[in-house]
Ligand binder design. Sequence first.
Ligand code: SAM
Length: 234
Amino acid sequence: MKLSKRLQTAAQFVPQGSICADIGSDHGYLPIYLVEKEICPKAICADVAKGPLKSAEKNIEDANLADKISLRLGNGLMVLAEGEADCVTICGMGASLMGEILDNSPKIVQNIDTIILAPNVAPEILRRWAYEHDWQIAAEELVWEDGHFYPIIVLKKGRMAELNLAELFAGPLLLKDKHPLLGEYLRSLRQKELTLAEKLLKIGQADTIKKGEELKNKWQKIEEAYLWQYKSAL
Ligand SMILES: C[S@@+](CC[C@H](N)C(=O)[O-])C[C@H]1O[C@@H](n2cnc3c(N)ncnc32)[C@H](O)[C@@H]1O
């Protein structure tokens, strides 16, 4: 199984020998890869929709892995029994939905050792979630594929220091490790949000001015952190 760069990067953080549940798996490519490469002896492939799960079933059968990959139809982590998986991957959804999935199953989450998240947008929601729920960011990656940036966040149990605004948006480890794509990623986000800020300020109502100022303030803090870390402007 050949994975996209995004899923391949998520896969590289799955601990060797773990039982991994891929939530919102769709085609099932990730669990197939994990079992084929013998990273996981067994895996769980879950999706809330019948169509995607059907296509995963076919791909798993074609790969001759039906005895090693269990299919589950249902919402988020609710398809798992407590302690059944030690690693969970959730890729290719928005961060709010991922946060909801984690919040809806606290007992299952408690028994997981590693959570790997590859949100399409708004990774700051998940970094904040991690701090608030006593998980720490153990690793981070940033992937550029098909015209999009994809942050990947790996969580392990344990407390971390509260993240400042710049760390929340840029990623504490991406900043610390001076990730080569971080500047471009932040510049593209900044351009979008500062254009929005200007529009909000122009509208000139109390609430739009407040939101516009907040956006500008946020980007000033991110730029300061970037400048401090990289010794160059964004
Ligand atoms: C865009 S696909 C991503 C597929 C794959 N994980 C990837 O990254 O390529 C999102 C999948 O998540 C599933 N999904 C959405 N909400 C879900 C939920 N609450 N629980 C489980 N699966 C969900 C959708 O049915 C869909 O198949």
